[in-house]
Design a protein around this ligand. Structure first.
Ligand SMILES: [Zn+2]
Length: 525
């Protein structure tokens, strides 16, 4: 038999290598989970032989997608609790809660996904009807963005929260001298110590369901944007049982437990799991008016938002990150928060030019501050589907003039040269084709708005694909082994059933097959 024996040959394909030239090749040979060679059909078929041959029938192959900002555990909790995503009336939210607790009787009720901007009046809810329906068990319903929670009086009482409770970097909503049950940003921390939780078995089962869902969309890696030690041990347990197929780049929430882990273990790599970063929140979210703005909100002149982490605390975490060799990934949404982080990161740049520290979201950045991404080499990690979802109210919050620096992905790309794209799931759907469509067309699934929202900030399809393949690998220090289809790279790739162009990106799922390190991890026949 002639030819070099390999584990797998893929041919008759349009393989997007994601190199700088945008090369597309026809075939590749794979052994031991890695790409041995890519090239023209005849070159590969003449040189190699294999028992496993995949004829791609001229379909497109890309490196597997990475979601550069998602929340596996928040998604698991959303699936285990009552799902309020997209529910368009408060009365329907109450119905869902009552039905869910009948079908899943527990000593508590947790839920996630409500969004008052879908109820026709954009007024934040109060807990009166929750108290009537659930007088005896604790109830906590998280807003879609995870930056506000509505809790019932039973839970307020257990947590010892009253209208007199003071909180820095957060807000306890009150009405006529009594708590309405709405807790924003740091006020949510007050319920954490007494919040009931699901069992390890429930988490593991649900995480595996989520993994299957992500793989079915061609997602092979997630940057998990902030976990606790308990959550890390659940991921390690799945990893040790060889059940973790996704590459999980887990950011540790900035807290003392996680710092102790980092000091003990340093840069940590275990199977599919990689830990070498801290996640910090500088401000809140725009929808709940927690994003820290330079000037007051256009639809609420009484506030400029919330600084969740004090600047001395940011400085502290920057020093800790440098001392353990970790990356720091700071959530900043408002233009003031972004400026504060961009300027603070100069310290990292001065000490370590290739620090790759990130700003998560970079959602509203004053154009006068854009240059700081380049000057201090700050990696923007953005979520294009937020632009399309937030267009309903973003101009109300910000006013017209501030929109020029909002969701400005093309400008950020031009300034820095790379972008990591994610979804912030479960805030947005995991569907990567929705992310591509939002980034390139800036339209929702119903083609709204016709011209695209702030469409001067649209990315080309080629840039958006880099933002979901090779650039997230840069943002996670793994660009030398993952994210491209080139000799020596991991043979982790997806086969798509439909072509995409700069003017047409269908939103349904058209990932046909997913290979991880040369092994089929998902496939439809
Ligand atoms: Zn997030």
């Amino acid at each position: 038999m002639k030819g070099i024996k390999v584990d797998l040959i893929v041919h008759n394909a349009r393989i997007h290598t994601m190199d700088d030239e945008g090369s597309i090749v026809e075939a590749m040979a794979i052994s031991d989970g890695k790409i041995v060679e890519v090239g023209p059909e005849r070159q590969i078929l003449n040189k190699y032989r294999s028992d496993r041959i995949l004829d791609a029938q001229k379909k497109a192959i890309y490196p597997g997608f990475t979601d550069a900002h998602g929340h596996l555990f928040a998604y698991a909790r959303q699936k285990l609790g009552v799902n309020l995503f997209g529910v368009n009336a408060w009365s329907a939210i109450m119905d869902s809660c009552i039905q869910h607790s009948k079908a899943n009787p527990r000593s508590f009720l947790l839920g996630r996904g409500w969004d008052q901007s879908l109820w026709g009046n954009d007024i934040m809810p109060t807990n009166a009807s929750l108290n009537a329906a659930f007088p005896d068990i604790p109830v906590a319903l998280y807003r879609v963005d995870g930056h506000a929670v509505l809790v019932n009086d039973c839970l307020l009482k257990k947590a010892g929260i009253s209208d007199k409770t003071a909180v820095a970097g957060g807000k306890i909503h009150t009405e006529n001298g009594r708590c309405t049950g709405l807790l924003v940003d740091n006020a949510m921390e007050l319920i954490k110590p007494i919040l009931p939780d699901y069992s390890n078995e429930e988490y593991e089962r649900t995480l595996l369901e989520i993994q299957d869902e992500l793989l079915s969309f061609g997602i092979i890696g997630v940057h998990e944007a902030g976990i606790t030690q308990k959550e890390l041990s659940l991921l390690r347990s799945l990893n040790q049982k060889k059940q973790l197929k996704l590459d999980v780049y887990a950011m540790l929430t900035a807290n003392p437990e996680n710092l102790a882990f980092a000091q003990k273990k340093g840069v940590f790599q275990e199977g599919k799991l990689s830990v070498r970063s801290f996640k910090l929140y500088l401000d809140g979210a725009l929808g709940s008016r927690g994003a820290l703005l330079k000037r007051p909100y256009s639809d609420d002149a009484s506030t400029t938002g919330i600084l969740i982490t004090r600047m001395d605390s940011l400085q502290y975490w920057m020093k800790q990150a440098l001392s353990v060799g970790y990356q720091l990934n700071t959530h900043a949404i408002g233009d003031s928060a972004n400026k504060l982080v961009l300027e603070a990161y100069k310290m990292a740049y001065d000490k370590l030019p290739d620090h790759r520290w990130r700003i998560e979201h970079a959602q509203v950045v004053d154009p006068a501050d854009w240059h700081l991404f380049r000057d201090h080499v700050v990696f923007p990690s953005v979520q294009p589907s937020h632009a399309v979802s937030d267009q309903r109210w973003a101009s109300a919050r910000l006013g017209k003039d501030r929109l020029s620096g909002a969701y400005a992905y093309f400008s950020l790309y031009k300034t820095f040269g790379m972008l990591a794209l994610g979804t912030d799931f479960p805030v947005e759907p995991v569907n990567p084709f929705n992310t591509l469509r939002s980034a390139v067309l800036r339209k929702d699934k119903n083609n709204y708005p016709n011209q695209g929202f702030l469409n001067q900030e649209a990315l080309s399809l080629a840039l958006a694909l880099k933002g979901m393949t090779i650039w997230p690998q840069f943002a996670a220090f793994s660009e030398r082994s993952r994210g491209m289809l080139q000799k020596g790279y991991e043979a982790t790739f997806i086969l798509l059933d439909k072509p995409m162009t700069d003017s047409e990106i269908p939103i349904d799922n058209y990932a046909l097959k997913v290979f991880i390190q040369g092994q089929e991890a998902y496939g439809v026949d």
